[in-house]
Design a protein around this ligand. Structure first.
Ligand SMILES: [Zn+2]
Length: 340
């Protein structure tokens, strides 16, 4: 989107009132920071839906991804696997949700656009994301969504040949394939929790978001954003929720990695997705410090990747000496990275 002088003026007005901009600048103290780099920041939610609930956003104030440059958006989305890994390991959890609300009706509460990361485990008593399959999409709506997606997304690289990994064959049986490329599969399930609901799967990873490469994570979420755009236009939705499941929880017993894009309307049947804000019943500083102990690797990986790209592998040790963490942990981080 072209940021016209009028839009810039509007953003400046929003920024003056924005609590998150004030937390980021330090004007409001005590942000429960768990990660930051030059462009992004992750904070613990002081009204968590589950323990370790983290808010991840760009430092610059934007109300919607459509306002953000491709470069900034890709950068942010590429950090999700690392952040997810760090939160999960700090909280010792089996699963992760990424929840995104676009529009007030979908639960967007701030003009500062953000992602919610919710670490999950079986029997954690969080049932908001239990999706029913009781709604069908009309053939006309299906066609409209499909036509729009074909226009918005780049031409598929599979040249018309469908290549579905075996772990996804069952999911395609009761669904319409809207789009696929080498990395992702975009379906409209025959029965879903809302008409027009789209599901995006990774073809390269069956279960865990943190196992995706940075590039594949960005691609998966960017496709979900485009699917959300198609739903807004084709279904005339008033909002959308984007909800990622990864790893095991009561509402995702298979542990399957999937992103659902849910169209939202006033007084629809999906209001149960949202949670009542309640103050954390645990020490936020303690949890923030636990997660922070794990997130340093994210920046480290980015730094090393840049170094490797810039020149030969011999330069890696020079990066190591600039870090104060234990040699063993650093070597583990490199070993992990080389595998991916
Ligand atoms: Zn803001």
């Amino acid at each position: 989107m072209q940021l016209t002088p009028e839009i810039k003026q509007q953003l400046a007005e929003q920024k003056k009132q924005c609590i998150f901009c004030k937390l980021i600048s330090g004007e409001i103290p005590n942000a429960k920071k768990v990660f930051e780099d030059d462009k992004t920041i992750a904070l613990l939610d002081i009204y968590p839906a589950v323990k370790g609930h983290t808010l991840f956003m760009l430092k610059e104030h934007y109300p919607m991804p459509a306002y953000v440059s491709k470069e900034e958006l890709t950068h942010k989305l590429s950090l999700i696997p690392g952040l997810s890994q760090a939160i999960k390991s700090a909280m010792v959890r089996t699963g992760m949700n990424v929840f995104i609300a676009m529009g007030g009706v979908a639960g967007q509460q701030s003009y500062h656009f953000m992602l919610h990361l919710l670490p999950r485990e079986p029997e954690d008593k969080f049932f908001n994301f239990l999706l029913k399959r009781n709604t069908k999409t009309s053939e006309e709506d299906k066609k409209n969504i499909s036509d729009l997606l074909q226009k918005i997304l780049p031409p598929s690289s599979t040249s018309g040949k469908s290549i579905i990994p075996s772990f996804l064959t069952k999911s395609t049986e009761a669904a319409t394939i809207l789009y696929e490329d080498e990395k992702i599969l975009c379906l409209l399930p025959d029965e879903a929790s809302a008409k027009g609901q789209i599901t995006v799967y990774s073809k390269t990873e069956e279960r865990f978001i943190e196992k995706l490469s940075q590039q594949d994570s960005a691609h998966l979420f960017e496709t979900a954003f485009q699917a959300s755009r198609a739903i807004f236009e084709a279904m005339r939705a008033q909002g959308t929720n984007i909800l990622l499941f990864s790893g095991e929880s009561d509402d995702n017993p298979s542990g399957r990695l999937a992103i659902h894009i849910l169209p939202r309307w006033q007084n629809d049947s999906l209001s149960g997705l949202l949670w009542e804000p309640k103050r954390a019943a645990y020490d936020l500083d303690e949890i923030a410090s636990k997660i922070k102990d794990k997130t340093w690797k994210i920046k480290f990986e980015l730094q090393v990747k840049k170094e490797i790209n810039a020149s030969a592998e011999e330069r890696v040790p020079s990066v190591l000496t600039s870090l104060s963490h234990s040699q063993q942990e650093i070597m583990q981080a490199i070993a992990q990275m080389r595998k991916s």
